[in-house]
Design a protein around this ligand. Structure first.
Ligand SMILES: [Cu+2]
Length: 325
């Protein structure tokens, strides 16, 4: 009598494979290096969510692909076997099992995603602090009154990423108006009388961008900051963030906006706070920070050009910006 071949119990094998798949997925979720550097206080929140989703996706990929490859080999056609495959009508328990698990995963990720969005400031849709113009860190001789800037008085909801629950009603340290147009970004510092083709911000301070578009939809994307917001004509949106590292990083338009969409790029320059004060004084259009004069200067193309050429803006862009309603 032939001795029965000894095999590893299938439950033990399944357990081992399960542990290996789980271990690899958790490791890969944390060590994927797929995302660029983290440069805002919000970036780690986004990346943690991404890493967990990638961990789950890796486990599913390994299980599904592993099963397919195993099945291809194990149940392949053997020479001389002309019989039909076994007829299987269904398996109720198995169907409940593979419906319940994805349902659970989707619900958990949904709740977690909403929580991350809230922590980032995504639910500050009313732009509670939109009307303040406050700069306690960048001290200047005198700042123009809020009332003089019609853009800040608009009583409209502002979609995007606003004040986080921690920031609450605290006004931002610096506000910058961002205007998207085919095919450039224009940055205006209403309180400083500066217009620039690059976004300059101080590190470690609470920055609020008031975003709008002149012509068509654009999307203001800061990949390293994990922040992206549509720029919509006639509908202000916002992005509020704290930059955590100094340097030059890309700004990308992430909404197909026309023939030269691919060239609609700029740069965000994150300065050390004292370096930022130097940048302000070098670029302030009006030496006398009187808003009447700053507005007059801003509508005067020739005088503006002296400043804009140093800032990397060309004449066409400036003319286009000045034509805005
Ligand atoms: Cu664009």
């Amino acid at each position: 009598m032939a001795k029965k071949k000894e095999t590893i119990p299938s439950s033990l094998l399944t357990l081992t494979i399960g542990i290996a798949v789980a271990a690899f997925s958790v490791w890969y979720g944390q060590n994927n290096h797929l995302l660029p550097e983290q440069l805002s206080s919000q970036a780690p929140l986004v990346d943690d969510l991404f890493n967990i989703m990638l961990c789950i996706a890796t486990a599913l990929f390994l299980l599904v692909e592993g099963t397919i490859i195993y099945t291809l080999i194990r149940f392949r056609h053997r020479p001389g076997d002309e019989t039909d495959g076994e007829y299987i009508e269904g398996n109720f328990s198995l169907e409940v099992f593979w419906t319940a698990i994805p349902t659970f995963i989707v619900i958990v990720l949904g709740i977690y995603g909403v929580q991350v969005y809230n922590q980032m400031g995504g639910f500050d849709t009313v732009g509670q602090v939109a009307h303040h113009h406050h700069q306690h860190q960048v001290q200047l001789a005198s700042l123009p009154a809020d009332e003089s800037n019609p853009m800040l008085l608009a009583e409209r909801p502002e979609y995007g990423v606003g004040a986080t629950p921690v920031e609450g009603l605290t006004p931002p340290d610096l506000e910058v108006d961002v205007l998207g147009m085919q095919y450039a970004w224009i940055f205006t510092y209403p309180s400083l009388g500066i217009t620039s083709g690059e976004l300059h911000v101080p590190m470690g301070q609470d920055i609020k961008l008031n975003i709008t578009a002149q012509d068509v939809l654009h999307a203001f994307w800061l990949p390293q900051f994990r922040l992206k917001q549509d720029a919509i004509p006639g509908q202000p949106t916002q992005l509020r963030f704290v930059a955590t590292k100094s340097g030059h990083y890309p700004i990308v338009c992430a909404e197909l906006c026309g023939a030269y969409h691919g060239g609609m790029r700029s740069e965000i320059v994150v300065h050390e706070p004292d370096e930022f004060v130097t940048w302000i004084s070098e670029n302030q259009v009006a030496q006398n920070p009187d808003l009447e004069q700053a507005v007059a200067l801003r509508t005067d193309g020739d005088r503006l050009q002296d400043y804009t050429t140093q800032m990397g803006l060309d004449a066409t862009t400036v003319q286009a910006a000045l034509k805005q309603p």
